[in-house]
Design a protein around this ligand. Structure first.
Ligand SMILES: NC(=O)c1ccc[n+]([C@@H]2O[C@H](COP(=O)([O-])OP(=O)(O)OC[C@H]3O[C@@H](n4cnc5c(N)ncnc54)[C@H](O)[C@@H]3O)[C@@H](O)[C@H]2O)c1
Ligand SMILES: O=C(O)[C@H](O)CO
Length: 386
């Protein structure tokens, strides 16, 4: 079994042993745990992605709760080890939890926390940045300048796509998809077409009200449409941004057939999870359609890109940084720590994972609740009345 190389220990005499598989930004999450009688052990091993064996060694013989990362494989082996070590609580430091086998957690009676809400605007802003970078060819133009190739203004130099008045398509209009849609609609006066399993009522109301405001000011109103099929979005939209969860229904949601029905000059953005796109098919599509552009934050086999992607000028690629603002990352750490602490203390589960602000207020004690436990129902955990 692999041995953890370096650990940082806080409040060594604390009653509850809590482990974090990574150092996380901010100090509040550490304070919240240590002020509540937790001995906190943070793995400071420089290895980027810990293996199951590494984490087994971290769990050891006694562990009450553990904070893990989206790069780790949380399944039967780890949850049964946590149970044997007396643990009842795990939290991902992420809203997405496709790296977690929730059924295995249920079997072992382990609560699984995630960190919704605090990433919404930050992730949507990165998706908007990728949209603009791809549409206006920012990275290509930057590389051109740095290579000393600029000889003066030319009518055809780096001509890209205008967004105003075009249609933005959103697949997965949940928290992040809706926030992204609002940015593109309010910022660039784009029309909306979206596909989701559920109606995005608040988003629809926002677009209607904004359209009325524009009309009252003598401008072209923006419009919205809920598509009956994903294909309708792909055919109609000029910009398409992907924001669904990753599960069986969204794996390779963008495949060769669906790429083929998109506009030849469309912009495709993915800040959800890599396997939502068949990346090899995307590389072929980018080769065949030089005016088709993508902005990618996530990749099918992270940290790798599929062969050929790095050579494509019509792709903007960044290393899974959509949630990387200081406020968000500190908030994610806080929510993850409070999920674990709340379960250890026997607190109920917060009623609305979309409204986690009370947990993020630095000037007040957080509510006595777990902010977001995805398997609360399956484990029969009580709901907070606050
Ligand atoms: N790149 C990043 O750093 C980053 C940051 C945050 C979140 N994410 C990813 O974004 C995802 C969404 O986060 P969120 O907070 O908006 O979650 P959310 O639950 O609010 O939204 C997800 C939406 O996807 C919809 N959906 C599910 N299956 C679908 C399908 N088959 N077709 C269409 N829509 C479907 C759901 O109905 C829901 O509205 C996360 O699960 C995570 O994987 C990535
Ligand atoms: O799911 C999440 O929370 C993200 O991918 C983290 O950036």
């Amino acid at each position: 079994m692999a041995k953890p190389i370096s650990m940082e220990v806080w409040n060594p005499s604390g009653k509850y042993r809590v482990v974090s598989t990574k150092s996380m930004p901010g100090a509040r999450w550490i304070r919240l745990l240590t002020d509540n009688d937790c001995r906190l052990e943070i793995c400071t091993d420089p290895k980027t992605i810990l293996s199951v064996d590494d984490i087994l060694a971290l769990i050891g013989d006694r562990c009450d709760g553990i904070i893990g990362q989206l790069t780790e494989d949380w399944g039967e082996v780890l949850f049964s080890a946590l149970k044997r070590a007396g643990g009842t609580a795990f939290s991902n430091m992420a809203v997405g939890y496709n790296n977690v086998d929730v059924e295995a957690a249920n079997r072992n009676g382990i609560a699984v926390g995630n960190t919704p809400g605090v990433l919404t605007e930050t992730t949507a802003e990165l998706a908007a940045s990728l949209t603009l970078s791809a549409a206006r060819r920012i990275v290509e133009a930057d590389q051109f300048m740095r290579a000393g190739l600029y000889e003066g203004w030319l009518p055809y130099l780096f001509v890209g796509n205008l967004l105003k008045g075009q249609t933005v398509g959103v697949i997965g209009a949940g928290r992040i998809g809706s926030a992204y849609a609002r940015m593109m609609i309010e910022g660039f006066k784009m029309n909306l077409i979206y596909y989701d399993l559920y109606q995005a009522t608040r988003l629809e109301k926002f677009v209607t009200a904004y359209g009325q405001f524009l009309k009252a000011n003598g401008e072209q109103p923006v419009t919205w449409k809920r598509a009956a099929t994903m294909e309708d979005v792909l055919r109609e939209a000029d910009v398409i941004s992907l924001h669904p969860v990753l599960d069986k229904t969204t794996y390779h949601l963008i495949n060769p057939e669906r790429l083929a029905i998109m506009k030849k000059e469309a912009v495709l953005v993915n800040a959800s999870r890599g396997p939502v796109i068949d990346e090899l098919a995307l590389v072929e599509h980018l080769k065949a359609n030089p005016m088709f552009r993508v902005g990618l934050d996530v990749f099918e086999d992270e940290p790798y890109m599929k062969p050929g992607l790095a050579d494509m000028k019509n792709a903007v690629v960044v290393p899974h940084i959509a949630s990387a603002s200081k406020w968000t990352r500190e908030g994610m750490a806080t929510l993850a720590a409070l999920n674990v602490l709340g379960k250890i203390k026997g607190y109920p589960v917060w009623g609305n994972p979309n409204q986690v602000e009370p947990f993020l207020n630095e000037n007040a004690a957080p509510p006595p609740a777990c902010p977001s436990i995805v398997n609360a129902k399956q484990l029969g955990l009580p709901s907070s009345k606050l």
